[in-house]
Design a protein around this ligand. Structure first.
Ligand SMILES: C[S@@+](CC[C@H](N)C(=O)[O-])C[C@H]1O[C@@H](n2cnc3c(N)ncnc32)[C@H](O)[C@@H]1O
Length: 335
């Protein structure tokens, strides 16, 4: 029964656990499988013969597509080398949307080009009727002076005050570098990478399934964005770490009642369709073209959720309530 697996990280082999998940029952599936690069996992041999690895991958890829709803999407994160094989499997069962290139240094692959991106395959279960939302991220700026990095010439007046629509090349999310920010796991993903995928393809209460949950990155992202999750993970220790983190995670990644992704006290991903309702939470340059050197900023950092994934000094100039009331008054005044 599906309900036995909802909002849990189940310990075991994903191919066995998938047998209990009905067809067309979850909204999206995301997999970050072992890369077969001899990584040092606790209880998994990450060094299979090529053919064995690819045969095994085809099995769980089939299962991911099977359990995804007709409106849903399927994502697989890996190094480009393996993704070229995975597209062969996916093209048989699902519909290609994008190869998302996530800029991040990866292991050297010999003396040719230095690998600088991971790929995330984005497929939909059906050709039409898939749930997909356009997203925006903050403008990229020169760190020292705050000017826009891209030269928009005379078109600055027309720029979106929050930032551009997100493309299939993601350069603004970095791998977890410092050991103090990571668990005892060799390849944990940044949570706001998953926030982006979840905001793009699900709504509140939708179900997100990850068959290689690791230390629970996908589940934490789903929970803090008000979604439900199903996680499978072979290693009991990683399951325990995930459960501990999930018990400290609240569904609070929102401004008012709109779900957004935060990172380091800033909003880093929003849905395009939400902007009109989100504007009241931001200080926006009054003169449109000043976006060139003036940032659109949260009016108050007390809007930022205070959870374990977002520690840091917060300026609490005004309470959330006070700013909410201020906004209400402004809205009434403007009517
Ligand atoms: C690349 S890691 C996933 C990391 C995860 N995305 C995170 O951010 O923590 C792959 C995970 O798959 C788990 N694993 C390997 N084989 C598995 C299997 N057959 N079923 C379930 N989990 C498995 C490993 O223990 C490892 O934690």
């Amino acid at each position: 029964m599906l309900s036995n697996y909802i909002n849990k990280i189940s310990q075991g082999d994903c191919l066995e656990l998938f047998k209990n998940i009905p067809d067309d029952s979850v909204d999206i599936t995301f997999a970050d499988p072992p890369f077969n690069l001899k990584k040092n996992y606790n209880s998994y041999n990450d060094s299979l013969e090529l053919e064995n690895y690819l045969n095994w991958c085809e099995k769980w890829i089939f299962e991911m597509v099977r359990v995804t709803k007709p409106t849903g999407s399927i994502f697989i994160h890996n190094i480009p080398k393996w993704l070229t094989f995975f597209t062969n499997s996916l093209n048989k069962f699902a519909y290609f949307k994008h190869w998302i290139s996530w800029e991040a240094p990866t292991s050297p692959m010999g003396k040719s080009l230095q690998p600088a991106h991971y790929g995330i395959l984005f497929y939909t279960k059906k050709n039409k009727g898939s749930k997909i939302y356009e997203l925006r991220y903050p403008h990229k700026r020169d760190r020292k002076h705050g000017f826009l990095l891209k030269d928009y010439g005379g078109k600055k007046d027309g720029l979106h005050p929050f930032g551009p629509l997100i493309s299939d090349v993601w350069t603004d999310i970095h791998r977890i570098k410092h050991n103090k920010n990571r668990d005892a796991h060799p390849c944990q993903l940044p949570i706001h990478l998953l926030d982006r995928i979840i905001l793009m393809t699900t709504d509140q209460n939708d179900i997100v399934l990850d068959p290689f949950s690791g230390t629970g990155t996908t589940a934490i992202s789903a929970k803090r964005l008000g979604r439900q999750y199903i996680g499978f993970e072979m290693d009991l220790n990683y399951v325990k770490i995930s459960e501990e983190k999930l018990s400290n995670t609240k569904p609070d990644y929102k401004l008012g009642d709109i779900w957004v992704s935060f990172y380091l006290n800033k909003v880093v991903t929003i849905r395009n369709k939400d902007w009109l309702n989100l504007m009241k939470y931001f200080d926006i340059p009054v003169v449109a073209k000043n976006v060139d050197f003036e940032k659109t900023k949260l009016k108050n950092t007390s809007f930022v959720p205070d959870d374990l994934n977002n520690v840091g000094k917060k300026l609490k100039k005004k309470s959330y309530k006070a700013v909410e009331m201020e906004n209400q008054n402004m809205l009434i005044f403007n009517e």
